[in-house]
Structures are given as structure tokens and as C-alpha cells.
Design a protein around this ligand. Structure first.
Ligand code: HEC
Ligand code: HEC
Length: 294
């Protein structure tokens, strides 16, 4: 009896110690992430002329779709809560229009570039979960087109709540498994790329593939799911299943979400409604680029 009692006390003690250690661990992680979220950055302002001609606006509208801006910020760019999950938290994509809750009247081209190239707002506050590490490599004419398009969308009043970063998001960010702080992932010294390759081929495929690397990983060989509840991201190189697909099968999958094997992909997991908007030329370039990777 006495022995059991002592054993029980021991086990209880170990259990309480473990809980205390976990709590201290979480406290330290949470403190670390809060400090990184509140850090203030200062980058030198840049600007570009923004011509609002028809060709520019068309290209800009196309980019806003194929770069996923409209997925997160909504079709009308008026912003939305795009993730709301108790443990992960609430992530809110800003209202990019000039309506209530949106960009202030004096939001300049420099402010757009600060967000797209450096991942901070105009006060130097890190933008959370806004994939600036991807938009930062957009070529100059593409940045011009995107900004031209965004600046002229109709104003929509949409006041949104603040972010609420939950414990799972903090832990995943701490472990480097969630891109909560793109400002930390950017080489801020890199100058703007002068122009993009837009002819059919591997060069254009590589330029476009930056949008796929967030989930399919920088080497495009796939890996761990990007967020809890997601399936793992498949390998897109010549050594993966897609390496055996014909161009027609590849294009069909990215336009319909249905793989040659008959699996229907959920647009929430893999944004095929976004890839559906890529031109034939762009999809064929991606196909060639993926095949070139071993
Ligand atoms: C994965 C979702 C996602 C995608 C894709 C995305 N954004 Fe964002 N964006 C966000 C979130 C979230 C914020 C709010 C960040 C914050 O305030 O902490 C944001 C903020 C912004 C801001 C506000 C900056 C400020 O000054 O407050 C701009 C500008 C912006 N995004 C433009 C774009 C453009 C243009 C694209 C397409 C190239 C794009 N975003 C794609 C999620 C996204
Ligand atoms: C938000 C994350 C995300 C982004 C961004 C993304 N993918 Fe995916 N992709 C996935 C996931 C997850 C799957 C697996 C879906 C499933 O199994 O249902 C997938 C599946 C695929 C497949 C099918 C592969 C197979 O073996 O079945 C192809 C092809 C593909 N993605 C291409 C792309 C391309 C091209 C881009 C960039 C233009 C891209 N993806 C961007 C997450 C993403």
C-alpha cells in the first residue's frame, strides 16, 4: 500500500513537472514570436512610374489572379478573414481598395512596393502571412502592372478585425514550418529584377514557379503539409508522379483539379482555381521547367 502510494506520488510529480516544462516552453516560444511580430523595420523607399494603360491593367488583372492576390484578398480585393481556426488563429488579408477599412487616400506607390518587396507596411510593421517573399521577385514591369491594377479597383467598404495569432501558428512559425513572417525570408539588398521572361520555355516556368514553392517547397520536390489539416504537397519534378504525365494531363489537372488518376483536388489545399487562370503558354512553361528538374 505504502509502495503504491509512493509510486503514485512519483508519477504525479513527473507528470506535473512535464506540464510545467511544456508551459514554460510555450511561454518562451510565444514571447519570441510576439517580439518578432512587433519588431520595427526600416527599408529605403522605392518608387516606379505607374502607367494606367489598357495593356498594363490587363496584365495586372491577370497577375492578381495567377499570383493568388484575389484568393486571399477576395475577388474584389476588399479583403477577408482567410483563416479562422481556434488553435491556429485568425488571419486577415487587408482591404486593398480605397473604401472604408482599406488603403488610406495617401497610400502611395512606395507603400505598395514596401508591402510587395519588403513584407512590411509603411510604418515598418511586419505583414503577417502576406507572401511578400514571393512578390519580391516579381520583375519591375509586373510590379508596375500589379500596382496599376490594384490602384484602380472600385472602392469597397469592408472593415475587418485584427489578426489573432494562435498557439499552433506560433509553434509552427518557431519551428520554421509556417511563413508567418515573410519579412524574415527576404534578401532585402536584392535590387528589383529588370524584366521577366514571358516566352514559352524553362525560363518563364522558373519565374512562375515561385508561386508554387510556398507549398511544394523551394526544390519543388514537395514535403510536409503547409498547415495542419492539409495533405502533404506532392513532388512536381521529373522524379514525381507528374513527371510521367503528358502536357495535356498536366494542363487538365491544373484547370479542373482532377488528376489523371481520377482524384479531385480540394481548391483549399491546392489552389487549382488559381492555376486554371494561367495561359496555355504559362502552363506549358511550368511543365517544361518541372520536367527539367531531377
Ligand atoms: C496567402 C494569402 C495572401 C496572398 C496570396 C496575398 N496576400 Fe496580401 N496580404 C495578406 C495578409 C494576411 C495581409 C495582412 C498582413 C498584415 O496586416 O499583417 C496582406 C496585406 C497586403 C497589403 C497591405 C499592406 C499594408 O500596407 O498594410 C498589400 C498591399 C497586399 N497584401 C497586396 C497583395 C498583392 C498585390 C498580392 C498578390 C501579388 C497579395 N497581397 C497576395 C495575405 C495575402
Ligand atoms: C497552398 C499550397 C499550394 C500551392 C500554392 C500550390 N500547390 Fe500544388 N498542390 C498542393 C497540395 C496540398 C497538393 C495535393 C492535393 C491533393 O492531394 O489533394 C497539390 C497538388 C498539385 C498537383 C498534382 C500533383 C500530383 O502528383 O497529384 C500539381 C500538378 C500541382 N499541385 C501543381 C502546382 C503548381 C504548378 C503550382 C504553382 C503555380 C502549385 N501547385 C501551387 C498545394 C499547393
Amino acid at each position: 500500500m505504502n509502495l503504491l502510494y509512493t509510486l503514485g506520488k512519483w508519477i504525479g510529480g513527473i507528470f506535473l513537472t512535464l506540464i510545467a516544462l511544456l508551459l514554460v516552453g510555450y511561454f518562451l516560444i510565444s514571447h519570441n514570436i510576439n517580439q518578432r511580430i512587433q519588431k520595427h523595420y526600416a527599408f529605403s523607399a522605392e518608387t516606379l512610374p505607374i502607367p494606367h494603360d489598357k495593356a498594363m491593367l490587363e496584365r495586372g488583372g491577370h497577375l492578381a489572379t495567377i499570383k493568388g492576390c484575389t484568393d486571399c484578398h477576395g475577388k474584389n480585393l476588399a479583403g477577408k478573414i482567410f483563416l479562422n481556426d481556434g488553435a491556429v488563429g485568425r488571419l486577415v488579408a487587408s482591404n486593398l481598395t480605397r473604401g472604408k477599412g482599406g488603403r488610406p487616400a495617401d497610400y502611395s506607390t512606395s507603400d505598395w512596393l514596401m508591402a510587395l518587396r519588403h513584407g512590411v507596411d509603411r510604418t515598418g510593421r511586419p505583414l503577417l502571412f502576406m507572401p511578400s517573399h514571393e512578390s519580391t521577385v516579381l520583375a519591375e514591369p509586373d510590379l508596375q502592372a500589379l500596382i496599376a491594377y490594384c490602384q484602380q479597383v472600385p472602392s469597397v467598404d469592408n472593415e475587418l478585425p485584427d489578426h489573432d495569432v494562435g498557439p499552433v501558428a506560433k509553434i509552427m512559425t518557431y519551428l520554421g514550418k509556417m511563413p508567418l513572417l515573410p519579412v524574415e525570408m527576404i534578401n532585402h539588398q536584392k535590387p528589383m529584377v529588370a524584366r521577366a521572361d514571358t516566352s514559352l520555355g524553362i525560363g518563364q516556368g522558373k519565374y512562375l514557379s515561385i508561386t508554387c514553392t510556398g507549398c511544394h517547397k523551394p526544390d519543388l520536390k514537395g514535403g510536409d503539409p503547409v498547415a495542419p489539416g492539409f495533405p502533404p504537397s506532392p513532388n512536381l519534378t521529373s522524379t514525381g508522379a507528374t513527371g510521367r504525365w503528358t502536357l495535356a494531363q498536366f494542363v487538365n489537372t491544373l484547370r479542373t483539379g482532377k488528376t489523371p488518376g481520377g482524384h479531385q483536388i480540394n481548391n483549399e489545399h491546392m489552389p487549382w482555381k488559381m492555376t486554371a487562370a494561367y495561359s496555355d503558354n504559362e502552363l506549358a512553361s511550368l511543365y517544361q521547367y518541372f520536367r527539367s528538374l531531377k
